[in-house]
Design a protein around this ligand. Structure first.
Ligand SMILES: C[S@@+](CC[C@H](N)C(=O)[O-])C[C@H]1O[C@@H](n2cnc3c(N)ncnc32)[C@H](O)[C@@H]1O
Length: 203
């Protein structure tokens, strides 16, 4: 009888452990898959390209820069270290975010903020500069969802992908010899904000 009870307890424990294991796996892989499919997978920008992107706009100390999908944190780290910019990165993949925190503490010792979270939910209205390396579908969504909330003059630096139907103020052509993709720079103006669908008539 006692043996049966022990066996029962063992199986209950095993069952609970498996559920917990599954929960932990889902907790980590769920957001990672979401970030990969909806935003972009983790592919770090080459350091040469990071420098090209940051030197494409006049960055000044005290400016606020956001990296949407900050990966291992290299762009926010360099922006803070080289230009004294207040840089904030949002990263939704727990693995990648933990890597960025580890690099920040060990190698980079940067004061940049690396925040775990989904950038679509964040208030970016105080941004001077936004950098990103996201899939074309996200660039379109960004134009519709984020642009209307940004200040005029906010600069967007996009690695590899352009924003549909929007004229870039600057394009750094790709360099196939160096395996560097293009860089697109946009400035938020009234024109770059999508037109409102309101049907209110003018009086
Ligand atoms: C192509 S990587 C670029 C990383 C970094 N910006 C760079 O240039 O080295 C895109 C990153 O965006 C993250 N990401 C995608 N969608 C996201 C979202 N909605 N919120 C936060 N991070 C997201 C991915 O997990 C991935 O690490």
């Amino acid at each position: 009888m006692i043996l049966l009870e022990i066996l029962k307890m063992f199986f209950i424990e095993l069952f609970t452990f498996e559920k917990l294991e599954l929960f932990i796996i889902l907790l980590f892989t769920g957001p990672t898959l979401y970030a990969m499919l909806s935003g972009a997978p983790f592919v770090p920008t080459q350091m040469k390209q990071v420098n090209r992107m940051l030197s494409a706009v006049p960055l000044k100390s005290g400016m606020k820069l956001y990296d949407l999908g900050s990966g291992d944190g290299r762009l926010v780290y360099k922006a803070n270290k080289d230009y004294g910019v207040k840089s904030i990165g949002y990263e939704f993949s727990p693995f990648v975010w933990m890597l960025s925190k580890l690099l920040q503490k060990t190698l980079w010792r940067s004061k940049a903020q690396l925040i775990y979270g989904n950038f679509w939910d964040k208030d970016l209205s105080d941004a001077d500069v936004i950098v990103c390396y996201l899939l074309p579908s996200s660039m379109k969504k960004m134009k519709e969802k984020i642009f209307p909330k940004l200040r005029q003059g906010t600069l967007i630096i996009s690695h590899a992908f352009s924003i549909p139907d929007l004229k870039a103020i600057k394009i750094l052509e790709g360099d196939s010899a160096q395996k560097l993709g293009p860089v697109y720079v946009y400035s938020i103006s009234l024109k770059s904000k999508p037109k409102s669908n309101s049907k209110t008539k003018k009086r």
